[in-house]
Design a protein around this ligand. Structure first.
Ligand code: 0GY
Length: 306
């Protein structure tokens, strides 16, 4: 019998009918951060998960990709699946070369299993430092994983809150692979963009040559979505932060939708509006091409640069 799951209380499902964005993404644009959830009946959620989501299938993800005018996706293993990467791998396999994966692995993973993930389209692992999402992993375990994946040419995606960077940055700097930061290191956008917290993040990025996802305005914003139906300007308080990163590091920024937007409270974003946010944070055609095509292609499809 297949498993049945009850969504976490208050769980918001993804936006059912996203609007068509006005911004036309350049040809070959990549959504470099999104997830699949289950479906739980086929790919059960992990016993150690901190939330139980709605289902969000590969077909729904690919339909959204096409609706938004995007070409490729990078599917990041969501914490609700723990280190069971089957749903993500199934989605990557079904995308016919138009998806790559970021996995979660345990320190005892074998080299043979890592090679299998590599052949399936996985390019990296994710280290998550948000206590509401995962139990803390011992640093020794993460160091073991990093040493195992480094020979494959993979990178490590790091997810942390801005307030934790001071404690973590020495550990990050010693990791042997390229690093990719989720959601700009989750700045508190109520603080000044020139203040000490975001300056620490920018200098960390500069010193360590890291890549940054300028993603998740809907998660970081205090001002929130448009006040009126039909307005397209959303999450404006996040713009100065994202734009600063894009302008300082134009060759190391990535954009992602974060669909199906786990753990949002208050509102669920219209994914069309998230795409219309892009020209605010990357205002020129050249910056847009780097953010959406050249950079993610270099990182995730290095043999296929157009
Ligand atoms: C995100 C953000 C979140 C969740 C996860 O894997 C996850 O569960 O990444 C979050 O709750 O902040 O990137 O999807």
């Amino acid at each position: 019998m297949s498993a049945t799951f009850t969504k976490s209380e208050g769980w918001l499902d993804w936006y059912p009918n996203p609007t068509k964005p006005r911004f036309v993404a350049p040809a070959g644009a990549v959504d470099a951060h999104c997830h699949v959830f289950g479906p739980g009946a086929r790919f059960p959620f992990a016993p150690e998960r901190k939330y139980t989501p709605c289902d969000a299938s590969k077909d729904q993800l690919f339909a959204l990709r096409d609706h938004l005018g995007l070409t490729r996706t990078v599917i990041v293993q969501a914490t609700c699946h723990g280190a069971d990467n089957r749903a993500m791998l199934d989605a990557v396999h079904s995308a016919g070369g138009r998806a790559r994966g970021v996995a979660t692995v345990r320190p005892d993973i074998t080299d043979a299993e890592l090679r299998r993930l590599d052949e399936a389209g996985v390019c990296g692992v994710r280290f998550n430092f948000l206590k509401r999402l995962v139990d803390t992993s011992p640093k020794d375990d993460l160091v073991t994983i990093a040493a195992k994946i480094a020979p494959l040419g993979w990178h490590i995606v790091i997810y942390f809150e801005a307030a934790d960077l001071a404690e973590l940055e020495g550990f990050f700097a010693a990791l042997p692979t390229p690093l990719v930061v989720d959601h700009m290191g989750r700045p508190d956008v109520g603080r000044p963009v020139d203040g000490p917290e975001f300056t620490r993040f920018l200098r960390f990025t500069e010193r360590n040559d890291v890549w940054v996802k300028v993603s998740c305005p809907e998660r970081l914003s205090i001002s929130g979505p448009p006040a009126l139906d039909g307005e397209r300007d959303a999450y404006t308080d996040v713009v100065p932060f994202a734009r600063r990163v894009v302008e300082e590091f134009p060759d190391r920024v990535l954009w992602g939708s974060d669909w199906p937007h786990p753990n949002l409270t208050g509102h669920m974003p219209d994914d069309g509006l998230l795409v219309d946010h892009i020209p605010h944070i990357a205002p020129t055609a050249e910056l847009q091409r780097k953010l959406l095509v050249a950079n993610p292609m270099r990182l995730y499809w290095p043999g296929e640069i157009s």
